[in-house]
Design a protein around this ligand. Structure first.
Ligand SMILES: [Zn+2]
Length: 302
């Protein structure tokens, strides 16, 4: 399967296209950064690709599903915008708790045409803590057929409990930074070997596995979101919340050996490392830091 319409010279687009091609786009994703239009148009492509009926190219742009999806009238793709709460005097639009409950209710209604029902929350940074907690309840026990995509100017406004349950994709505003020709398979292999090293008998394994990132910061950038995905999946296995999503060997292994707390910490560590990369911290120090943080987590094996 080939994903089309994605700018594969852009690191994040390439990651998303790669995940769609192998049928592993996450059930909950957060797309942050870029402009609102960029996020929306990326989400439109993802939703069309997820529901496309073509076996070779997604989105094909020609099947019934694509025509509806790309035309904006597929009944199983719901784009939500912030709105004003009619019960309060507030003049600004946002996601308030009752609105999140409305979104929840419609997300639980089975899809009309497709196997999947997708909710896209545009400008999701306008969710206050109370609304986030209401949304968290959906993420904790989502219906099997549901996919949630949050579009946000930044991930920094979200509670760590939300961040640990979503795969974060970052659109960089700096075009020069997003050039990457790292193939998805290479990034995945590196992410898996580092994640596996966390539960190895010898700490040196972490340093050895992370060695592939020396002088290859692009590979590190491409691998971090995939590492995060592995840890999130291990958590989901622990919570029995895979909901039909395929498990994988590394996530299964981690879910057996690490506590929920440690897995949550690991997803935080990945976010920390991504943040320091985005402010162009010294790459060698960043890799050393990753090794140190992962060694700490490794000491907490069950
Ligand atoms: Zn199609």
């Amino acid at each position: 399967m080939k994903a089309t319409g994605f700018d594969k010279s852009n690191h994040t687009h390439a990651l998303i296209a790669g995940a769609l091609e192998v049928g592993r786009f996450p059930h909950a994703a957060l797309i942050e950064g870029g402009t609102p239009d960029e996020r929306r148009s990326l989400a439109a492509k993802i939703t069309a690709a997820l529901l496309c009926q073509n076996d070779e190219i997604i989105p094909c742009g020609e099947c019934h599903s694509c025509i509806k999806a790309l035309g904006g009238f597929h009944p199983d793709i719901l784009f939500y915008e912030p709105k004003r709460n009619p019960k309060t005097a507030s003049k600004t639009a946002n996601y308030y708790v009752d609105y999140i409950r409305e979104i929840r209710d419609s997300s639980f209604i089975i899809p009309m045409e497709a196997d999947t029902k997708i909710a896209v929350l545009c400008e999701a940074q306008l969710m206050n803590e109370q609304a986030q907690n209401a949304f968290l309840k959906i993420l904790e026990e989502p219906p099997e057929f549901a996919v949630f995509i949050l579009l946000s100017s930044t991930k920094s406004v979200f509670l760590s409990t939300i961040l640990s349950r979503v795969t974060v994709y970052t659109l960089s505003s700096d075009a020069a930074e997003t050039d990457s020709d790292i193939p998805y398979e290479n990034a995945l292999a590196a992410a898996q070997s580092v994640a596996r090293a966390v539960v190895a008998d010898n700490h040196f394994e972490i340093v050895r596995a992370a060695g592939v990132f020396d002088k290859n910061q692009e590979l590190l950038k491409a691998s971090l979101p995939l590492m995060s995905e592995i840890f999130v999946k291990a958590l989901k296995i622990k919570y029995s919340a895979l909901n039909g999503e395929a498990g994988d060997e590394v996530s299964e292994l981690l879910s057996r050996r690490l506590s929920r707390r440690t897995l949550l910490k690991l997803t935080d560590y990945v976010n920390l490392i991504s943040d320091s990369l985005s402010i162009n911290a010294n790459p060698n120090l960043t890799i050393t830091r990753l090794c140190t943080l992962f060694k700490n987590a490794s000491n907490e094996q069950e």
